[in-house]
Every structure is written in structure tokens, then in C-alpha cells.
Design a protein around this ligand. Sequence first.
Ligand code: GH3
Ligand code: MG
Ligand code: MG
Ligand code: MG
Length: 311
Amino acid sequence: MTTISPEEPSLVLIVDDEPFIRMQLRLSLQCEGYRTVEAQDGREALTIFQQRRPDIVLLDAIMPDMDGFDCCTQLQCLDSSKYTPILMITGLEDQESVDRAFEVGAIDYVTKPIHWPVLRQRVKRLIQQSQLQRQLEAANQELQRLVTIDELTQVANRRRFEEYCAQEWQRMAREQLPLSLILCDVDFFKSYNDTYGHQAGDRCLQAIAKAIKNTVKRPADLVARYGGEEFAVILPQTDAEGALVLAQTICYAVSTLAIPHNNSQVSSYVSISAGIATEIPHPNSDFQAIIAAADRALYQAKTEGRDRVQL
Ligand code: GH3
Ligand code: MG
Ligand code: MG
Ligand code: MG
């Protein structure tokens, strides 16, 4: 993005049908250190906007072919224009034109003849504001990622798991469809850490999370790190049979990672046990019920020998 880079001057798209005004603006803006690009009507402006992604648009209102108002409307429809300020520069001073300019998405309005000291400040401030908005949006996205993703394994964290489980429980209750939950737990992981070290243990968890994630393909399914060496998979609109097939595929995927585990009592490689629960939720019931049921199934898989799936 041109705006984030401190080395590269901001790019101004000048849109006006009068070559003399374009030249005036170009020279003034270039003196201030901006880069400029020009269009002589709305249609050309749209094309150049998409090619060059300017940091601000200075838009004339009256132009042949496509005028500034229509151009502004069309620019608003582009995802890439989200934070790009559009400043209308026009000879139209009547209330209707001013109102219309703001309605179609202009962020500011300046009348001709251009008062350069004012325009200069407006351009500078509008670019600064949009850069700040972009940074805020990026910071927000990062924050959102941090509160929902498990740092070590990059799958959803416990908080996101609980939130999604509650949401899908409600949805399945409304639609009276089955919700399945798979809880997976690494077998003899304490002794894995004791044998290979905690860092190797971390890498093992990362590999397992990746294997589960690669196995679970539907967008509505959620893979989460439920606890230390436990992973959960939420499967909306999935019956017990479907969950069983997926759990078996997950166990197989983990076994084919072939991570040596000399002190496991069930295999020479790292294995997992999985417990499955499936329910068509009763309206007003609590989603914790399905977690407890999956946990019981997991406990049974452990006591019956590990490296297996229990429905
Ligand atoms: P079981 O087959 O019954 O599940 O035995 P287990 O040894 O896997 O179970 P236990 O609950 O005794 O031990 C879990 C181990 O997981 C202990 C803990 O140190 C380890 N663990 C939990 N979180 C992490 C982590 O983030 N990184 C690493 N390396 N180890 C972790
Ligand atoms: Mg004009
Ligand atoms: Mg455990
Ligand atoms: Mg374990």
C-alpha cells in the first residue's frame, strides 16, 4: 500500500475535464512533494483508480461522459476505495450540489476558484486521516486475531471455541439439526515432553494442529485448541456417523505424521484418542452438555487402550 510506506510520497488522482485546472493542481501538488496522476472524466478516473490505487481523489463535478457525482457513486462500490478520501473541487456552490456530493460519498467539498492554501491543508489532513483509519483497521484485525487464535498452534483458542460452540448450539436448536463435537487428546504426551523436551512437545502440537486443520475442510467446521494437548472440532449439521468418519480420518492423519514416541505405551509414533458426542439440541438447553458428553467418550477411549475413537 503506497500510503503506509514512508519513503514513497502519496499519490493524488486529479480528475477534471479542463486541462488548465489539471495542470495547476499538478504543479501545486508536485511542489508539495506529492505524486500525481490525471483523468479527464469520471470513466477514466475509475480505470486509473483501479490501476494506481491513489491515496486521495480530487474530483471535479461537471465533466462530459461521466460526471463527478456518478464517478463518486461508482468509486464507493469498489472495495479498494474504502479508505480513500474523495474531495470534490467544483464551481457548483448551490446547496443541492453540495448535499449531493456528500450523499454520493465525497468526504469534503471545495469550490473553484481554488484557494490553494486551504486546498493544501485539506489534502494533507485527509491523507493523514485515511492513513490513520487504515492503521486502526489493521490494529483491530490483529487484535481480533490475538483474542481468537491460539498463538502456538494457530487454530482457534478456547475462547473462540466456547463462543462458536454456543452459537452453533443455538443455531442447530433452532433448525433442529445435529451438532457433533470431537475432543482429541494426545496419548502419553507428558512422557513425550519428558523424553524429547518441551520445545519438541510444542512442535509436536503444532504438527498435530496442522494435520487436524488439513483434515477438516468444511468452512462451518471449527478446529480449536481446547486445552494443553487437547483439540476440539465443532461440526454443525453433522450426525454421529459423519463425525465418526472424520475422527477416524483425524487419528489416521496424526499417525501418518509418524512422529517418533519411544515412551508411548500404545505405538512407536505419537497417537491421539478421540471422543465424539452428537446431539440435536433442545431449545433453551446448555451447550456445555455436549462438551461433557464428548469428554466422557474421550475418557472411555483412554481407558479402553488409547489410540482410538469412541462414539
Ligand atoms: P494421556 O494419554 O492419559 O492423555 O496422558 P498424557 O501424558 O498425555 O496426559 P497428562 O494430562 O498427564 O499430560 C499432558 C501433558 O501435556 C502435560 C503437559 O506438560 C503437556 N502440555 C500441555 N500443554 C503443553 C504445551 O503447550 N506444550 C508442551 N510441550 N506440552 C504441553
Ligand atoms: Mg468540469
Ligand atoms: Mg489431556
Ligand atoms: Mg494426553
